[in-house]
Design a protein around this ligand. Structure first.
Ligand SMILES: [Fe+2]
Length: 264
């Protein structure tokens, strides 16, 4: 997707997902090529390091979430297959954390990790991300680098140490067969298990150009099969299966404005 398409897409959502004033600022800033070049992970990392060196990192959780939501929209808009994926994962991860009595101090951080978990996809070429049909082995290896790239971008940000790990572990499998670190279940923080479940559920219920999202019954069975195969955490899955329609509303936030996310 080209920069002009992304700008048009974001402009369309002024007043729904995004505050019109923020959209106006975004459209103004994103007119320059430098804006888009700055989105390259190395440039983002350098910019964030500069901010931190100046002691100017945004500390307010609402501001951080809004900034993370902006990056999430950019990542999600990169592919027509993933509209709203990051936002949905973020909202569902928070809902699960609440259902699971995760300490409230982690809720905002988990939401931010959800928004940023696929940030590394900015380094994956569009022709691979958007390829219809099956990926070959080389393409699969390239796409699988994205969670490590997310880790690389986030790990040096002060205060983001946990967020970087939770976000980067979303493709780790409890039996150690996932990527990129091949962690086992007990090496994964509980929040990473939550994010993994939210990531899979959102991907299965979201409508895609080539398939319908799964219905409540089908997705429930799919998640139970993953538990039985030892591929997702059973406690997190149980919290999800407690109320699948509620989880779907969180995961598919088409009608939810960003302001609601910021206030959550
Ligand atoms: Fe991913």
């Amino acid at each position: 997707m080209f920069a002009d398409d992304i700008r048009a897409r974001i402009a369309e959502h002024a007043g729904t997902y995004f505050s019109p004033a923020l959209v106006e600022l975004f459209l103004d800033a994103s007119r320059a090529e430098a804006f888009w070049l700055m989105l390259e992970p190395r440039a983002i990392q350098a910019r964030l390091s500069d901010l931190l060196a100046q002691g100017g990192a945004p500390a307010d959780p609402t501001e951080l979430k809004q900034l993370a939501a902006l990056f999430a929209r950019i990542v999600d808009a990169k592919s027509p297959f993933t509209a709203e994926h990051s936002l949905g994962v973020s909202r569902l991860a928070r809902l699960l954390a609440e259902r699971l009595d995760v300490p409230p101090a982690s809720h905002d951080a988990l939401e931010i990790a959800g928004l940023l978990h696929d940030l590394g996809k900015l380094r994956v070429p569009d022709e691979i991300l958007d390829k219809p049909g099956r990926l070959d082995t080389r393409e699969r290896k390239i796409i699988n680098t994205h969670s490590y790239e997310t880790f690389q971008i986030l790990r040096n940000i002060r205060g983001f140490e946990a967020i970087a790990r939770w976000a980067a572990y979303h493709h780790e499998e409890p039996d150690g067969s996932g990527y990129p670190f091949h962690l086992t279940a007990d090496e994964m923080p509980f929040e990473a298990h939550i994010l993994r479940v939210a990531d899979i559920f959102q991907a299965m219920v979201q409508q895609r150009p080539y398939r319908q999202g799964l219905g409540d019954h089908e997705v429930g069975r799919f998640m139970r099969d993953l538990v039985a195969a030892g591929r997702i955490d059973a406690t997190v899955a149980t919290a999800l299966l407690d109320d699948v329609p509620g989880a779907r509303v969180a995961a598919c936030p088409t009608l939810a404005p960003l302001s609601e996310l910021a206030q959550a």
